[in-house]
Structure formats: C-alpha cells, structure tokens
Design a protein around this ligand. Structure first.
Ligand code: PMP
Length: 460
C-alpha cells in the first residue's frame, strides 16, 4: 500500500535501498545504494533541513514571520525552501557560484530568494559566500542562519532517521557504510549511529575527492560538487565543520574526479539510477571497498541527490568533453599534440615581473597561464585556478619602456586567461577557441591544465 501524506514534510526520509547488481556483479559482497534522491526535495539534505528548522523553532531562534538564511551548494537550500515555506518563513539561499545552475532554478521554483556568491576566495574575504550570508542574517530582522556546517541538528537528523533506517532495512547485516563528506552531517550521524547500534562492528568509509583535505589532499580544487574540504591558498584559518566528527570515519577512499563522474554516468546507464556526481564518488568508493570483502559482508552506500540537477554537467557529453573528462575513441589528435609540446609552465599570479621573465625564459611561444595558486600543485593546476596569462613580449616591452621594474608585482601586466579545450575535443574546436586572437590554447585533462598549445600547433 502506497503511503498517503497530509504534508510533504511527512515524505522526508524512508528512502529505499537498491542493490547495485550490475556495477557490483563481480563482487562477493553485496552493495546496496540508499536512494536519497527520492526525498521530496530530491536530496539527503531534506532530512537536515527539517531537523534544523524544527530545532530552531524549539530553541526560539526562529519565530513566526522569520527568515531562514543559509549558505548552500544547493540541496540544503532546497530542503530549507520546502520546509521553510511550508511553515511560513521567507527563505534566502546563498549559493556557491560553482554549483550547477539547475539547483538555483529549483530553489527559485520553490519560492526561495537566491544570492549567488563565490566560494573560491579566502575564507576571510568579505565576498566569500559564508560572509555574505552571515551579513544577511545579521541585517534582516528576525533572520536565522541555519549554518548546517556547525549545526548539531544536521548530524542529529541522521542519528534519528538515516542510521536506523539502514539498520532496519538490512536486518542488522550492514558491515560497511560509505558516504561522501561535505558538512559531515551524513557520515557523522549515520555512521555514528550504525557504529553504536552494531557494538562498533560497522566500518565507516568516507568518499573524498582526491585533492580534498578530509582524506589527506592539499585542499586544491576538484569538480565533484558538495563534498570534500577545499582550502584556498589565501585562507588564514582553516575551520573544519563541527557537524563532522573525524573519529567516526575509519578510512577514506580518495577518488579522482574522472572516476567519480564516469561512475555517476554508469549508474544511470547500467543501474537505471540517475544520480549526481557525489553519488558517483560514493559508489566508486563503495566498489573499491567491496572488492576487498567477502559474502558475509554488506555494503551500504548513500546516494545524496539526483542527476536531474546536473544535466548541464556530469550528464552532458559536451560538458564532460570540454573539461577533459571524456574522450571518444577516435579523438586523439590533441593528446598527440600535447605529447609533442613542451612541459607546462604556469606562473603564479602574485609573482614579480622579474620572476615571470625568468619563468618564461625557455618557454616556446613565450606565453604561460597565470594561476591563482602556489605554482607547485601535486594534482596539477585546476582549470578553475587560471586567472590570466603572461606573455614574454608584454613583459619585455614594459621593461624596455620603463613601464615596469623587475621587482614590481606582475598583476598589472597580466593578459586575459587563455581559452581552454578538453583533451577529447577536436583540432577544429581548438582552432575555433583561438578565434579571439589568443596566442595559445590550454588543453585540459580531468579538469586540470595538462599543457599549452601555441596557435601554430593547431593552425594547420
Ligand atoms: N552530496 C550532495 C549532492 C550534497 O548536497 C551534500 C550536502 N551538501 C553532500 C553530498 C554531503 O553531505 P553532508 O553535508 O551531510 O556531508
């Protein structure tokens, strides 16, 4: 008998498990996916949103006529919009400019006001999304900042609902729980509950983007949104969310973006489950874990949201190709051109003019990307860190006419960022990227700058 609800709020939680029969076909241990995209707002964050609003009402922080404010990659805002509007509040969602645009459209559809702000700034920068929403919450009378990162009602939602559901659905047979870590609410609450109820026998595994700092990366950018811990090079104080308790996570699987994205696409095609990129990361991690297990083990992996929010990203062939995550078998021309090109030189945007001249001394073509980062990046320079370009010609002219001294900051002499193509795109596409008169094109592999091709290399 299908449920009949008096309110959509009663339809939050109670999501099914699906066996990943095809992706896990050659594994001894069964892998079950917890389908959080079936929540009424389409994600696991409906649970946290309901829990946080009820707790705020109980604690007198949110009163009739009040305003709910939150910084979100999208899903928490959607949950807050649904719950908040049902309970009579104005809802303002501050959304990261890195989030898929579909999530902002969904927020507006539910009646939330959307403010887009950057997250790729030092945490202390007044323009950082977290500071923007903090100011809004202080300025608007009756406003309450949900603050999912530090709000205990976020993990508590999973202690009360997600954890017990998984324990009951598996008849207590679950041995491993795998989830991505954003605020940490899901992994802390669900994992903590499963450990406690099992007498400590359930192993909790975090699925983390390879360069995220939760699992040991340097915190440099990645492309799977809503999970991981990013660290801008200019951030002074790195704060971990209080919703995250590190001791609950026994180990991390560090998943490169390509593996996460391609797994999300396989989930749709092979399992009939259209989920988002963080689900791809979680399933990739779960498959790695299950490969090491036997028939008496049982893995549950949590799929946070739906792929419908990412039709313009992971589920778009064009997007995947543009960022260098997808290559058709015949499209190898740019890879071959890259192999023939010299090693990539990137100049830090905060270098001096003299430092840049030195860095460009032996660079063929005399042009390099300027990047907003320490030059050395163990995972390569993310395409999102490129802020401009440096040209030997421009530097030489400025030094010759006295416009610049070698000790001056490079900033004023930076040119526009070079255009980019994905490694699986064609030479013709690289050529059309150069149509604006740029001297070179950057070739991306896995969202990172793998090399630079001067105009001559793609002009024939
Ligand atoms: N995946 C997606 C798509 C999400 O929206 C979130 C929450 N921002 C997460 C994973 C991570 O969940 P949590 O914040 O509970 O760690």
């Amino acid at each position: 008998m299908t449920a009949v609800h008096e309110s959509v709020l009663d339809a939050i939680g109670g999501t099914p498990l699906f066996r990943l029969a095809r992706l896990g076909a050659d594994l001894a241990a069964p892998v079950y996916a917890k389908a959080e995209f079936l929540n009424i707002g389409g994600s696991v964050k409906d649970r946290a949103a309901l829990s946080m609003i009820l707790a705020a009402e109980r604690d007198g922080l949110l009163k009739p006529g009040g305003t709910v404010v939150e910084a979100t990659s999208g899903n928490t805002g959607i949950g807050l919009a649904i719950v908040g509007r049902q309970r009579g509040y104005r809802v303002i969602a501050g959304v990261s400019d890195r989030s898929a645009s579909e999530k902002s459209d969904i927020l507006r559809a539910y009646g939330a006001e959307v403010v887009i702000a950057p997250t790729a700034l030092p945490r202390e920068d007044p323009g950082h999304l977290f500071n923007v929403v903090q100011r809004l919450a202080e300025e608007i009378p009756g406003a309450w900042l949900a603050n999912q990162y530090d709000n205990q009602a976020n993990p508590d939602a999973h202690v009360r609902t997600t954890g017990p559901e998984i324990w009951e659905q598996t008849g207590g047979r679950v041995t491993h729980f795998v989830a991505g870590v954003g605020t940490g609410g899901t992994v802390t609450g669900t994992g903590g509950y499963l450990k406690q109820v099992s007498g400590g026998t359930v192993t909790v595994v975090g699925a983390d983007p390879e360069s995220s700092s939760y699992g040991g990366g340097d915190g440099s950018p990645w492309f799977v949104e809503s999970i991981g811990h990013f660290l801008h090079p200019g951030t002074v104080e790195d704060r971990r969310p209080q919703a995250y308790r590190a001791e609950v996570v026994d180990s991390f699987e560090r998943i490169p973006d390509r593996e996460s994205l391609l797994t999300a696409r396989r989930l749709a095609r092979e399992e009939g489950i259209l989920a988002g990129p963080s689900s791809g990361a979680a399933v990739a991690a779960a498959l790695r874990v299950a490969r090491r297990l036997g028939p008496d083990d049982l893995v549950v992996v949590l799929l946070p949201d739906s792929g419908r929010s990412y039709l313009s990203k992971v589920h778009s062939d064009a997007w995947m190709r543009e960022w260098g995550f997808l290559e058709e078998p015949g499209e190898t021309a740019l890879r071959e051109a890259l192999a023939a090109a010299g090693p990539l030189v990137a100049v830090p945007a905060d270098a001096t003019v003299g430092g840049a001249v030195e860095a460009l001394r032996d660079v063929p073509g005399g042009v390099a990307p300027a990047v907003l980062a320490r030059a050395a990046r163990p995972f390569g320079v993310s395409a999102t860190e490129v802020v401009g370009s440096v040209s030997r010609e421009v530097l030489a002219a400025a030094l010759a006419d006295g416009g610049a001294e070698p000790g001056d900051p490079l900033g004023a002499l930076l040119g526009p960022a070079l255009p980019t193509v994905g490694v699986g795109q064609s030479v013709a596409e690289a050529r059309s990227a150069l149509a604006g008169g740029h001297p070179a094109v950057l070739v991306l592999v896995d969202g990172r700058v793998a090399g630079l091709l001067p105009r001559e290399a793609v002009s024939s």
